[in-house]
Design a protein around this ligand. Structure first.
Ligand SMILES: *[C@@H]1O[C@H](CO)[C@@H](O)[C@H](O)[C@H]1NC(C)=O
Ligand SMILES: *[C@@H]1O[C@H](CO)[C@@H](O)[C@H](O)[C@H]1NC(C)=O
Ligand SMILES: *[C@@H]1O[C@H](CO)[C@@H](O)[C@H](O)[C@H]1NC(C)=O
Ligand SMILES: *[C@@H]1O[C@H](CO)[C@@H](O)[C@H](O)[C@H]1NC(C)=O
Ligand SMILES: *[C@@H]1O[C@H](CO)[C@@H](O)[C@H](O)[C@H]1NC(C)=O
Ligand SMILES: *[C@@H]1O[C@H](CO)[C@@H](O)[C@H](O)[C@H]1NC(C)=O
Ligand SMILES: *[C@@H]1O[C@H](CO)[C@@H](O)[C@H](O)[C@H]1NC(C)=O
Ligand SMILES: *[C@@H]1O[C@H](CO)[C@@H](O)[C@H](O)[C@H]1NC(C)=O
Length: 907
């Protein structure tokens, strides 16, 4: 609402403010729903460019010195005009002509002086006129035109008389305030101008210094209901005069607060005898003495307020005659001060109050309560003595409230009354008692059940804040079967609940149980047994962590298994770092779960899954880093309010992505402080950043990257494996490849090859050193069906050795290696013959090699020299020259088999 100049550069400011001077602060009023608020703007004129259809204009707290009708001309629809807190000196005649609809005109705190008939004569629609705190000087009949006026306030105007006119006027007036004016006298004719104001109900004459009232002064206003004389500096005598003048009026409510009425005499209210006064307020008067019979004139009084007085002594006669009184308010009315003694309430003081229903004795101090203090209160349903100091209340026994035995007391409030012990039968006479408040006391005892004997009607028992000195037994609440609310917060000893059967077992109707702030560490799993109607359970500020640990001796204590109707559960501040999966499984009706200020971090999957009705969920200030759907999807699905702020969130995709996505897509769940109290703790780059700024897209891109990573690393790995294979087994791959290709294409059909009619059965490769062995053992095996090609013997004449080898090998069906260490060392064999043999084998895709081992040669050496391994060949093509002679025929047999075998890879 400030000037728009405020944030513009200086030069614009200067230009703008020149403009401002020319037409003051036009844009500054706020307009909404037909209401223009131009208050507190330092305006000296009514703005001219407001919407023409406004109905309310607030010009309060400005610098107007007058009301310019012309300035209001653009706003003919105004109903409510507020010109208070200005410096207006005059009400202009044309005002109501320009604003014919005006209903409310507020002119308080101005400097209006002269006021005459013409100023307001046209304001026929006006219902409220406030001219408080001006300097009014009335001329003639200034208010006579106000046919509709209901509320007129001319307080604080230094008026010398209550007479606002001499002829009857203001026919619609309901309320007139003449407070804080200077008149000290009410003359007989003063209110004659209200002669025809038949609706007048309220007359406010507070803060006046009335000294004299002419008789009949209230006669013209005999319909008056309410007279307010608060803070008037008038003595008891003038009060009695006021009362007698009020006789025969319709007076109903009389307010006499803060009038320094030290004493009430037995005649002060005599004048009210003929009235039907129902409400009398005498609060804050420093009343010390109330004479007996002071109220006997008020038989129809319903409410008597005596709060904040200094009454010393209440006697049997004090309330005499108040036979219809329903409510007696004595809050702080009887107090012990440093200079005075403890006030006394005599026996039978309230006996006259047969209709009294509510007796409020809050914050009072009384010497003692006897067996007759409250006698006769046969209608009393509520007694409130909270925060009072009564010696008799320290130890309550059968006698303490015996005077209430005939009262249908339903509500007894003993909060903060320093009770230290309840003896058996303390409340037994209060058969109708429904609500008992014992909070903030010093009750230090074991409750055996006898203390509450007879309270079968009790529905609520409140005992919070009793310094944790109450011990329970299984019988503590026996017989209170109707109990619905039981509060024991900050009252129980640490072991109070460690009894079996549970103290609460008899309370089948209990709906609200408060066990908070008790430091309880030990409860049994049957604590809540039988509480099938329990709706609210408060267990915050205890020490229950151990009970739910999986390491607990005997397993976790599942104490919530008997409360299926529970709707609200508070478990804050318990040091919980674990919740067993089954702990909450029966709470299908739970609406509010509060687990704030614990140490919860990793929650088990589906621990909250059965909380189908959950609306409010608090996990404020735990150690939660990860919000996983396995845990939170179910409880968050139907929530109205989530409180999970101040957790050390881990802002990584695995931990927070699901939660952030949920936060962004949630429809109806309110999450207060989301911007500021939900911040990342880890990783370091995100520290102290709000989690809602976490970008889910950064995780989505991860998926292709991951695939790509896996793909590329697999490719690299395969490449490496292939390279290694090729490096170390390339020959074998090639070998089998060729064989495979040849075979599939049908090229290596043995019959075709065999049909080629090889000249020899085998080409024998051997080291020179083994020539003797070949001569002795191989050559003799030759016959018509079997011929060997021996290099030395069968080389083709005229051909080079190389060519000859190549040619001969082609003519042989098989190639037989005579393997010895020497062969491996023979350069010819190693490098050329073997190589060529292999080449041929590979080219022809023949499985045609036979190895005959004369010595045991290591496979490794074999492969290094001949590029052959045993594993490459079929077992029958590998032969060992036997050590024993008798096995030589078997060797021959094997050799023939190997030679005679078809070259096909498979038989
Ligand atoms: C007042 O008039 C303006 C247009 O000048 C219009 O937008 C607004 O709704 C009207 N307000 C009322 C309360 O009639
Ligand atoms: C008021 O009390 C005085 C004694 O204090 C007694 O003489 C007088 O009769 C009482 N007046 C009424 C009206 O009860
Ligand atoms: C007081 O109430 C009664 C009955 O309610 C009524 O007859 C009587 O006129 C009332 N008195 C005054 C002064 O209003
Ligand atoms: C109340 O009255 C006593 C005398 O009865 C006087 O001493 C005391 O100052 C008064 N207190 C107030 C707050 O007026
Ligand atoms: C008080 O209890 C009695 C029976 O014990 C019953 O008759 C009476 O109506 C009750 N009073 C109230 C006000 O409930
Ligand atoms: C409670 O009463 C026992 C005796 O019954 C006493 O030893 C103990 O000090 C009392 N505790 C408090 C806090 O007053
Ligand atoms: C919000 O509402 C839309 C449409 O009704 C729905 O598709 C979406 O799942 C809801 N979001 C959540 C978090 O429930
Ligand atoms: C976290 O950021 C807020 C402002 O966003 C700042 O006030 C606060 O000091 C920061 N806390 C830490 C520990 O850096």
């Amino acid at each position: 609402m400030r000037s728009p100049c405020a944030c513009l550069p200086i030069w614009i400011l200067i230009l703008c403010c020149q403009h401002c001077l020319a037409s003051p602060k036009n844009g500054s009023c706020s307009v909404q729903d037909g209401r223009a608020d131009c208050s507190h703007l330092g305006l000296s004129k009514i703005p001219s460019d407001l919407p023409g259809n406004i109905t309310t204009l607030d010009m309060s707290h400005n610098r107007l010195v007058g009301i310019d009708p012309a300035a209001l001309k653009p706003y003919p629809h105004i109903l409510h005009l507020n010109l208070s807190h200005n410096s207006v000196t005059k009400v202009n005649e044309g005002l109501c002509e320009i604003l014919p609809l005006l209903r409310t005109l507020r002119l308080e705190r101005n400097e209006i002086h002269l006021l005459n008939k013409e100023h307001l004569s046209r304001c026929t629609s006006l219902t409220l006129l406030n001219m408080a705190s001006n300097r009014l000087k009335l001329k003639g009949e200034p208010f006579s035109g106000l046919q509709s006026l209901k509320f007129l306030d001319v307080s604080m105007n230094n008026l010398q008389s209550a007479k606002l006119g001499s002829e009857p006027q203001l026919p619609s007036l309901v309320s007139l305030s003449l407070a804080s004016n200077d008149f000290t006298e009410l003359k007989r004719e003063d209110f004659s101008f209200l002669n025809q104001s038949s609706f007048l109900q309220v007359l406010n004459l507070s803060s006046t210094s009335l000294k004299k009232l002419e008789s009949g002064c209230f006669k013209p206003v005999s319909g008056l209901h309410t007279l307010i004389l608060d803070q008037s500096n008038i003595g008891t005598l003038v009060i009695s005069k006021v009362c007698s003048e009020l006789s025969h009026t319709a007076i109903d409510v009389l307010s006499l607060q803060k009038m320094k009425l030290i004493t009430l005499t037995n005649t002060t209210f005599k004048g009210l005898e003929e009235t039907n006064l129902t409400f009398l307020d005498l609060s804050t008067n420093n009343l010390t003495k109330i004479e007996e019979g002071s109220f006997k004139w008020l038989p129809r009084l319903k409410t008597l307020v005596l709060s904040e007085n200094n009454i010393k002594h209440v006697t049997q006669g004090t309330f005499q005659g108040l036979k219809e009184l329903k409510k007696l308010q004595l809050t702080k009315a009887l107090v012990k001060t440093r200079s005075s003694s403890v006030p006394i309430i005599d026996d039978f003081s309230f006996q006259a109050l047969g209709a009294l229903e509510t007796l409020l004795l809050q914050r009072t101090s009384v010497r003692q309560i006897t067996e007759n203090t409250f006698s006769g209160l046969r209608s009393l349903t509520e007694l409130d003595m909270s925060w009072s100091s009564y010696a008799s209340l320290k130890k309550i026994n059968r006698e303490t409230f015996s005077s209430l035995s005939n009262s249908p007391l339903m509500r007894l409030n003993l909060v903060g009354t320093a009770i230290s012990h309840l003896y058996p039968g303390s409340f037994s006479v209060l058969k109708n008692l429904t609500f008992l408040f014992l909070d903030h006391n010093f009750i230090n005892q074991t409750l055996t059940g006898q203390e509450f004997e007879g309270l079968s009607q009790l529905e609520e028992l409140h005992m919070i804040s009793n310094f944790q000195t109450i011990q329970l037994t299984s019988q503590s609440f026996v017989g209170m079967t109707g109990l619905k609310v039981l509060t024991l917060g900050k009252s129980l000893r640490a072991m109070a609940l460690n009894v079996s059967p549970s103290p609460f077992k008899p309370l089948a109707n209990l709906a609200f149980l408060d066990l908070s702030n008790n430091n309880i560490a030990n409860i049994k799993d049957n604590l809540l047994e039988g509480l099938s109607n329990l709706k609210v359970l408060n267990l915050q500020h205890n020490n229950l962590a151990q009970l739910w640990k999986s390491s607990n001796v005997g397993g976790p204590v599942l104490f919530l298994k008997n409360t299926p109707r529970l709707t609200t559960l508070h478990l804050d501040y318990n040091g919980l770092d674990e919740i067993p999966v089954e702990a909450l499984k029966d709470l299908t009706n739970l609406k509010e779960l509060s687990l704030s200020n614990n140490l919860l971090n990793s929650l088990k999957d589906s621990v909250f899954d059965n909380l189908k009705s959950l609306k409010v969920f608090s996990l404020v200030k735990n150690s939660i880093t990860t919000v996983r759907p396995e845990v939170f999807k179910a409880p968050l699905s139907n929530l109205s309010l989530l409180l999970m702020d101040r957790n050390p969130f881990d802002c990584t995709c695995e931990s927070i992505l699901w939660f952030v996505t949920w936060l962004k897509s949630r429809n109806k769940t309110s999450v207060p402080d989301l911007e500021h109290q939900y911040v990342c703790n880890t990783p370091p780059t995100y520290f102290n950043r709000t989690i809602i700024k976490f970008d889910p897209l950064s995780c989505k891109d991860m998926a292709p990257f991951q695939a790509l990573f896996i793909l590329s690393s697999t490719a690299v790995l395969m490449l490496m494996v292939t390279a290694l294979l090729v490096r170390f087994h390339g020959w074998r791959i090639q070998f089998y490849w060729n064989i495979l290709i040849g075979y599939t294409l049908g090229l290596s059909d043995a019959k075709v090859e065999e049909g080629r009619e090889f000249e020899y059965d085998a080409y024998v490769i051997h080291a020179a050193a083994d020539a003797g062995w070949v001569e002795r053992r191989i050559e003799p095996l030759e016959n018509e069906r079997c011929r060997f090609c021996l290099e030395d013997r069968d080389s083709i004449p005229g051909m080079s050795q190389l060519e000859s080898i190549v040619n001969n090998m082609r003519k042989c069906r098989k190639i037989l290696f005579v393997v010895t260490e020497s062969l491996l060392l023979d350069p010819w064999c190693r490098q050329f013959k073997a190589h060529h043999a292999l080449n041929q084998v590979i080219e022809a895709s023949r499985d045609s090699i036979i190895l005959v081992f004369l010595q045991d040669v290591h496979d490794y050496k074999l492969s290094r020299s001949l590029f052959l391994r045993r594993g490459m060949l079929r077992p029958c093509c590998i032969l060992d020259w036997p050590v024993y002679k008798e096995r030589v025929p078997a060797f021959h047999q094997k050799l023939f088999i190997a030679l005679g075998m078809t070259n096909k890879l498979q038989e």
